[in-house]
Design a binder for this molecule. Structure first.
Ligand SMILES: Cc1cc2nc3c(=O)[nH]c(=O)nc-3n(C[C@H](O)[C@H](O)[C@H](O)COP(=O)(O)OP(=O)(O)OC[C@H]3O[C@@H](n4cnc5c(N)ncnc54)[C@H](O)[C@@H]3O)c2cc1C
Length: 338
């Protein structure tokens, strides 16, 4: 366990932003995590838990301790004829975990194939894609309380999952390191092909022959055709959440933009497509220096090479202002800004 000083974070964040961490430590086992917490190195310092770094925008050097979680391991901890409870450690790559489950015929996560990042971050923002959120398969997680070193379990209910949201973004922010997550996966999965593009991709396969692997392959193809690969062009996926509005706001927006796509949300509210709004205001392909709006997906902000985190944040703020002025809606970043 070695604590580095003034370490560049460029290779640790998918935007490829070159900032430095005052201190940096990579922890590869739960024992390392416990030993590190007991050392009291964090006591008087600010810190940041970093996993795959694919949902973070650094706007300046981090004047504290970056704790990189790199714990590996996937195991089936309980199973019967119908389902298996699978435990994955926090530093496991999410897509490798999904593939591990698919290889064993365990279904449920196939619509979440190819989402970048690691397992420990999946419950933090309740990742979701193509009609599925991880909360639908999530059973529980194990975390360590940073202050006391106490191990705590969180049930699905206790995590208070919402749209790209959980308790770990609010009440318990920076209080726990998530160590592992348990997912209950089906051995007789029902496929979720409600998303139009998935249906199209599977149309040549008879319904009875369609498998979780087919769904996963379709999702990967769709993602590869729409989203920029962070290895080639820095980005953190969707930069903004889709805004939720009430009926009154919706009617006002619809009177100006009758063709805006609308999806029902909870409690008589409606979800609007932020990407559609940004596109409508002609931001797609716009560049502010090396910070840009991706040419084929307006919700994704990219680093064309040498953008700083503050360039990207400035661009995000310009877009937020423009959406507010035209649609009367406040966009909220999905990405964690530091
Ligand atoms: C091209 C691209 C496409 C994407 N598509 C999607 C998508 O379809 N759906 C979606 O939901 N997201 C998507 N994302 C966002 C991203 O993949 C997810 O948010 C992912 O879960 C982030 O994982 P990470 O390991 O990189 O987390 P990080 O960026 O390292 O961390 C994210 C947050 O979680 C906290 N955290 C991480 N690990 C722990 C831990 N062990 N304990 C406590 N806190 C922790 C961090 O402090 C930080 O606040 C996309 C990103 C990219 C680049």
């Amino acid at each position: 366990m070695k604590i580095g000083e003034n370490i560049s974070l460029k290779k640790y964040n998918s935007f490829g932003i070159d900032v430095k961490a005052r201190y940096f430590i990579e922890l590869t086992s739960n024992n390392d995590i416990f030993t590190f917490l007991k050392s009291h190195f964090l006591d008087d310092k600010q810190f940041l838990i970093l996993n795959g770094g694919s949902n973070i925008l650094f706007t300046k050097d981090f004047n504290g301790v970056v704790i990189k979680i790199s714990t590996q391991g996937i195991t089936i901890i309980e199973e019967n004829d119908n389902w298996a409870l699978v435990k994955a450690n926090a530093g496991e790559n999410w897509n490798n975990f999904v593939l591990w489950c698919l290889d064993r015929g365990l279904g449920g996560l196939e619509n979440l194939s190819l989402i970048p990042g690691n397992v420990g971050a999946a419950p933090v923002q309740n990742i979701g894609a193509y009609g599925v959120e991880q909360k639908e398969l999530f059973q529980s997680l194990e975390a360590v309380e940073i202050k006391s070193g106490r191990i705590v379990n969180f049930s699905n209910e206790e995590c208070r999952f919402g749209y790209r949201d959980s308790i770990f973004k609010h009440d318990t922010k920076n209080q726990y390191i998530i160590l592992s997550v348990n997912y209950k996966l089906s051995k007789k999965p029902a496929l979720n092909t409600s998303y139009g593009d998935i249906q199209k991709k599977l149309s040549s396969i008879p319904l009875a022959d369609q498998t979780i692997k087919h769904v996963s392959d379709a999702v990967c193809e769709i993602r590869n055709s729409k989203l920029p690969d962070p290895a080639k062009i820095g980005n953190a996926g969707s930069f903004f959440k889709n805004p939720i509005v009430n009926l009154e706001q919706l009617m006002l927006i619809k009177s100006k933009y009758p063709d805006i796509p609308v999806y029902p949300a909870d409690n008589d509210t409606f979800k609007l497509a932020a990407g559609w709004m940004i596109d409508k205001l002609k931001w797609k392909g716009f560049r502010y220096g090396d910070a840009g709006v991706y040419h084929s997906q307006a919700l994704v902000l990219v680093n064309h090479g040498q953008a700083s985190g503050s360039d990207i944040l400035k661009l995000a703020k310009m877009i937020m202002k423009s959406v507010k002025e035209n649609f009367g809606v406040d966009l909220e970043p999905e990405v964690n800004i530091h």
